[in-house]
Design a protein around this ligand. Structure first.
Ligand SMILES: [Zn+2]
Length: 110
């Protein structure tokens, strides 16, 4: 599967249904960018506008879903006021455990 803006939009909207994200004030329509300049995975920022960039080098639906969910965890932590929202510290690991449990995913590599 190719990473396209439509795939990213639908993936984001699907993942918004997760209980893990219901506790956070997730942006309903963030900027979702399919980027060929990121070698793999993705990145995100919140200001001036919530943005998630996902690498077009990803090739499977599973990898796309996991990568979007990973960036959504960062956004959710920022929205919750976590000082370490951009890193993979304790807050990230707690939310990672929650989303992976909810979706039946392995935490390893998330
Ligand atoms: Zn990360």
């Amino acid at each position: 599967m190719r990473v396209t803006p439509a795939v990213l939009r639908d993936t984001y909207r699907l993942l918004l249904n997760c209980r893990t994200f219901h506790r956070s004030n997730m942006p309903s329509r963030p900027r979702l960018v399919a980027s060929g300049s990121i070698p793999k995975w993705g990145d995100c920022w919140v200001h001036p506008y919530p943005t998630i960039r996902i690498s077009t080098h990803l090739r499977t639906l599973h990898a796309i879903q996991r990568t979007v969910a990973h960036e959504m965890v960062h956004i959710a932590l920022e929205q919750a006021g976590s000082k370490g929202w951009h890193d993979h510290g304790a807050d990230f690991r707690m939310m990672r455990a929650s989303i992976c449990r909810e979706l039946g995913w392995k935490q390893r590599g998330f």
